[in-house]
Ligand binder design. Structure first.
Ligand code: PEP
Ligand code: MG
Length: 323
């Protein structure tokens, strides 16, 4: 069975009815990038830059960041690379002193793009490093914890300025550097029509989206099954984000753990998802699941999924629609 899975490295992530689904890798190290490449990932869908900032007291400067981002781009040899700006907050073991300490409610605190915008120079340094790395291959920039249109527009304006500065300094810069938003705060999903025109792509972070939507801490084991993507509110939200994204011509991926669980593949395909981003460890399993799915059949059954009124009926739908 492991051998069979291994053979899938060179096979397309194509459904039974011939539709290609994009499987990107989540990564945070060189090793992850090398593995993603070897497994035939379509690219890196989520490069988490936090690790660069953790376990140390000093901030990485522009050159250090540039080298790391450039190496991710080079490591993927022309496949798309999506790098997320710093998603730090009091929820992570930060020693740089960037994040506030002892926030009463870190999950609702100064984290992600909020922190990047609140600390002088933090965002611009990271943007400069990313813009320089874009000279080495296709690179997209992804913003975490976006909750409003203003955040995106502020970052977009800074990005445009940084692009001009970096070019003026003689560095090679890509013609296009798409800017996208994580959809992981329910407000961003609900207000999506108001700012979708300001983003180039979307990536749904189900880990946080489920947490905030269900008011269920993603790390609190006492909550048991209360923390689950198998809730009608979650499915409706996923469906509406995916539909609106596609209607407006914006690529939509899911990059939370949900995308990496091969059992959920029929459900996400039924909701119209065409891009998954997941840890390389389960990429081949997901590919195997997708290759067994009939996309048009699943999409024909999507109505039943969205009508499900509780977890048990969603699970029943999954059983009925798992090949
Ligand atoms: C998410 O929230 O689903 C996500 C991918 O981001 P992180 O797990 O890094 O918060
Ligand atoms: Mg998140």
């Amino acid at each position: 069975e492991r051998k069979q899975l291994h053979r899938l490295r060179r096979e397309p992530s194509r459904t039974l009815d011939g539709i290609d689904i994009k499987l990107y890798a989540n990564a945070e190290s060189r090793e992850d990038v090398a593995e993603a490449h070897a497994l035939g990932a379509a690219g890196v869908g989520l490069y988490r830059t936090e690790f660069l900032f953790l376990q140390r007291h000093e901030l990485p400067d522009e050159d250090e960041q540039f080298r790391v981002y450039r190496d991710v781009v080079l490591g993927m040899t022309g496949r798309a690379v999506t790098i997320r700006t710093l998603d730090l907050g009091a929820d992570k073991a930060d020693r740089t002193g960037l994040a506030l300490r002892d926030e009463p409610n870190p999950a609702l605190g100064l984290r992600g793009v909020r922190l990047s915008l609140a600390r002088d120079g933090l965002l611009d340094t990271q943007l400069r490093a990313l813009v320089r790395a874009s000279g080495y291959g296709p690179l997209r920039i992804l913003l975490p914890m976006v909750s409003s249109r203003e955040e995106i527009r502020t970052v977009r304006a800074r990005l445009n300025r940084v692009i001009e500065e970096v070019r003026a300094q003689g560095h090679e810069v890509a013609d296009q550097i798409p800017l996208g938003a994580m959809i992981e705060v329910p407000a961003a999903a609900i207000a999506l029509p108001s700012f979708i025109g300001s983003v180039d792509f979307l990536s749904i972070g189900t880990n946080d989206l489920v947490q905030y939507l269900l008011a269920a801490d993603r790390n609190n084991e006492a909550l048991g099954e209360l923390y689950t993507p198998l809730h009608p509110a979650v499915l409706r939200m996923l469906s509406s984000v995916i539909k609106l994204g596609h209607k407006r011509g914006k690529p939509v991926a899911v990059c939370g753990e949900m995308a990496g669980d091969a059992h959920f593949a029929p459900l996400l395909l039924a909701l119209g998802l065409m891009e998954f981003s997941l840890h390389p460890a389960t990429l081949l399993e997901l590919r195997r699941s997708i290759r067994a799915c009939d996309l048009s059949q699943l999409q024909a059954n999507a109505k039943g999924l969205l009508r499900a009124r509780d977890r048990a009926s969603i699970e029943q739908w999954l059983r009925d629609n798992t090949p």
